[in-house]
Design a protein around this ligand. Structure first.
Ligand code: ZN
Length: 397
């Protein structure tokens, strides 16, 4: 059996006035995703259990068949795994965003999708300045960096994901808990380093908004996952533009296939991802393609961009993979959203998102388009979501 898994991150949405009361999935021309739903099973699943923050880490762990109650330790540990960072027992792994805070509000959780070179320069400057605080920063993709913090075994705090507080007062969402003074001090010192840095002088000269702060969040201890092949059977590879998925893939014992131009943004190399995925199926049982573009469009509040991203995923990734995999004697294909990203609020939601799968041994039951309304009206309901993967790779349905 060959398996194809396509993860349009944050694809699920709610009806939007700017789309005439429809969702981006309703409006988008996505014939291949529709075909998966129409010829197989369509449903919704509870990817974000109660008490968890809705995000790609928890949502995708669930989706891939790992109960977050058992396996989730934080977002940053998954990203540290992507980089293969060695972490000492006394160290805490934190996510460190470059952000823009202005007038006391979180203006931009990405510092304008800061250029890689600028991010690398600022990380080097912060490492030099914060060394005596027991901090080690590691540059990631654009605004997404990591920090290892020494002597932090007892540090217990909560911090809001910056993408969930866009436009809101940061004072209301400042980190809270035991030892939080240290976290606040680090953020304050970093602000001083960044404010006077050459990177910001250049940005001002170019008419760009400044980078003002680091935002520390998503912290946790190293994560250990049972290999996917041992748990479910198929030998899989992952294609993604973001470290969180690379890390999860690594921890699940999967191969990570790097595609040139996979950016984790709306300008990603859709066709490249599709082509690499098609080729990977020659030698592997399962290919997983994760695309961040729909999620990022919703975070920007741009319904038209989200529609475009979904259409590009369908045309350049789902289509070619459909052509390739349906030539196999036995095959299955899954399309699933890890969590909704609402264009209206520009944030994630815990609403159970939709999924659809079809292929050998799977009967067409719902016979509906790949839309939220169809999944809600007559679809299969799976809770908890980590049982969906067992159904997808399991016996006939
Ligand atoms: Zn998101």
């Amino acid at each position: 059996m060959k398996y194809v898994v396509i993860l349009p991150d944050g694809a699920h949405d709610l009806p939007l006035p700017e789309l005439g009361g429809k969702t981006p999935l309703d409006v988008a021309r996505i014939p291949h995703m529709d075909r998966v739903a129409q010829t197989g099973r369509l449903g919704r699943f509870v990817t974000v259990p109660e008490g968890f923050t809705p995000a790609t880490d928890v949502g995708t762990l669930s989706l891939m068949g790992y109960d977050p109650h058992v396996y989730y330790t934080g977002r940053a540990p998954l990203e540290a795994a992507a980089k293969g960072l060695a972490v000492r027992p006394d160290q805490l792994i934190l996510r460190c965003n470059f952000v823009e805070i202005g007038d006391g509000l979180m203006q931009d959780n990405t510092a304008g999708h800061i250029a890689q070179e600028e991010a690398d320069t600022l990380v080097a400057a912060l490492n030099a300045d914060l060394k005596n605080e027991g901090c080690d920063l590691y540059p990631g993709v654009s605004y997404r960096n990591l920090m290892l913090l020494a002597d932090a075994a007892d540090l217990q705090f909560r911090a809001a994901p910056p993408h969930d507080i866009i436009g809101q007062p940061v004072a209301r969402h400042a980190p809270q808990g035991d030892g939080v003074e240290r976290v606040t001090r680090l953020m304050d010192r970093a602000r001083g380093v960044i404010a006077g840095h050459e990177v910001n002088r250049r940005r001002r000269a170019q008419g760009k908004a400044p980078v003002t702060d680091i935002w520390l969040w998503g912290q946790g201890r190293p994560t250990v996952l049972e290999p996917f092949a041992e748990r479910f059977g198929p030998r899989a590879a992952v294609i993604t533009g973001v470290d969180i998925m690379r890390g999860m893939g690594r921890l699940m014992g999967m191969e990570i296939i790097e595609v040139p131009g996979a950016t984790g943004f709306i300008d990603t190399n859709y066709a490249g991802k599709g082509a690499y995925a098609v080729r990977a199926l020659d030698r592997l049982d399962m290919i997983i393609v994760h695309v961040e573009a729909a999620d990022e469009s919703a975070h920007m509040g741009k319904a038209d961009e989200k529609v475009k991203a979904l259409e590009r995923i369908d045309e350049h990734i789902v289509g070619p993979l459909w052509e390739r995999v349906t030539r196999e004697p036995a095959w299955r294909m899954l399309v699933a959203a890890d969590h909704p990203t609402l264009t209206s609020t520009r944030g994630h939601s815990s609403i159970p998102p939709l999924f659809a799968f079809c292929g050998t041994g799977i009967a067409a039951v719902e016979r509906a388009r790949f839309t939220e309304a169809a999944a809600e009206a007559g679809g299969w309901w799976i809770t908890p979501a980590h049982e969906m993967m067992r159904a997808f790779v399991g016996p006939t349905h």
